[in-house]
Design a protein around this ligand. Structure first.
Ligand code: ASP
Length: 408
């Protein structure tokens, strides 16, 4: 009986009470119900006095009335946990994510801004591809023409790749804020509503760049706004998984007051013109070096026509000395950038002999850039400039991806 009812809404009589919720898959033979408050309760078969299937709950959606004096903000949904209202039987995501639905989930949003919404994708972010980044950049570019800011709801796994991609493709005079959730909105510990509310606040502020807004601690007390090219998901499950690496976050947004504290330099609203340069070269690769890895990997990609290589080297930015000859050959017609798997700190290939050989072979130090950011910067550069120009430009700070000094 349980299997047939999985994913259905039922009202049951058990233990002398009435319970209503959605029937969950169960591997123990128990009857498991997800209640509307997010908690699951299990029952033994013999405890069920009555089980009645009922109509799925359809919330009455409020009519959205534009409020004078509040900024217009566009929310573009791309999927991920933040958009998930899971159908527990199929795992499918059901929400359409209209502005009305979002506002009914997080009513406080309507105190911060006038919400306009667009569902672009409903995918998990591990399925994002460069084509999606380009399409997303085009939609954000369009939305920025008649909104004061844009929020992009996104899966957390690759949110920092998308944020970096948009940072290079889009010059923005207004805030573009990526936001996600580590726990879906039907779980009691969900971070979705608070993150979204803080993101809305960030989207109305004096920021002129692409950012990521996520929980700043494991409590529900503040969010950080991170620069899109300095941020990384550094934990699989914690709500404060996102950290600025080699930089301070741009701002801290307190919850629930939504007070803003500025923590580092930023591009201000109106500082840059709205521009889109949305070409990306796909034949760029990120290679993580490990002891014993053969340089054949470079030859392989080079023979396939790749002309952009980012290496995640050890320590200050090293690979085995066995790689030097191949590096020299590849560097003749390609851009090879060295980053570090330490993540924190700056690459310096002038300390050890190996590093000096690597530099002499033509490899470029990636300064304090995150490996993923260097990868996307190279995709963007090679999509728009020649190999020679890209070699020069990859060393320069373009959108805040290279800090002038290492302080962290
Ligand atoms: N795998 C999911 C995604 O990145 C996780 C999440 O949304 O947080 O889409």
């Amino acid at each position: 009986m349980h299997k047939k009812l999985e994913g259905k809404r039922v009202r049951i009589k058990a233990k002398g009470k009435i319970f209503e919720g959605i029937v969950m898959p169960s591997f123990t033979g128990n009857f498991v119900l997800k209640l509307d408050n997010g908690y699951n309760v299990g029952f033994k078969e013999y405890e069920l006095v009555e089980v009645l299937e009922v109509e799925p709950f359809k919330p009455q959606l409020p009519e959205l009335v534009k409020k004078e004096g509040l900024p217009d903000i566009k929310i573009i949904s791309t999927g991920g946990t933040i958009a998930s209202k899971v159908d527990y039987r199929t795992g499918a995501v059901t929400s359409q994510f209209t502005a009305e639905e979002i506002a009914s989930e997080v009513p406080e949003l309507t105190e911060v801004c006038n919400v306009d919404a667009e569902l672009l994708y409903n995918i998990l972010s591990e399925n994002m591809k460069p084509d999606n980044w380009i399409e997303l950049a085009r939609h954000v570019y369009k939305a920025l023409k008649d909104h004061e800011g844009v929020i992009i709801t996104h899966g957390t796994d690759t949110m920092h790749f998308s944020a970096a991609a948009l940072s290079f493709m889009l010059s923005t005079p207004k805030p573009v804020v990526f936001v996600g959730a580590q726990r879906s909105s039907d779980r009691p510990s969900s971070d979705a509503a608070m993150n979204l509310l803080c993101a809305a606040k960030a989207a109305t502020e004096d920021i002129g760049e692409v950012t990521v807004c996520m929980h700043g601690s494991t409590s529900d007390d503040f969010c950080y706004v991170h620069r899109g090219v300095k941020v990384r998901k550094n934990h699989t499950s914690r709500r404060d998984a996102f950290q600025s690496v080699n930089a301070k976050p741009i701002a801290k947004i307190d919850y629930p007051s939504l007070g803003v504290e500025w923590l580092s330099w930023r591009y201000h609203r109106g500082e840059r013109d709205l521009k889109l340069a949305d070409r990306l070269e796909r034949k760029v690769v990120l290679i993580k070096f490990f002891p014993g890895l053969s340089s054949d990997i470079l030859d392989y990609y080079h023979s396939k026509g790749y002309r952009g290589f980012v290496i995640e080297g050890t320590g200050l930015g090293h690979v085995s000395t066995d790689w030097i000859d191949t590096l020299r050959k590849v560097c003749e017609d390609s851009v090879v950038v060295m980053t570090s798997q330490c993540l924190w700190g700056r690459v310096c290939d002038r300390v050890y002999d190996t590093g000096r050989d690597i530099l002499r072979a033509g490899v470029i130090e990636g300064e304090d850039m995150l490996p993923e950011v260097a990868l996307i910067k190279l995709m963007w550069l090679l999509g728009n400039y020649s190999v020679k120009e890209s070699k020069e430009m990859v060393k320069r700070n373009l959108v805040g991806e290279i800090e002038p000094t290492t302080q962290y």
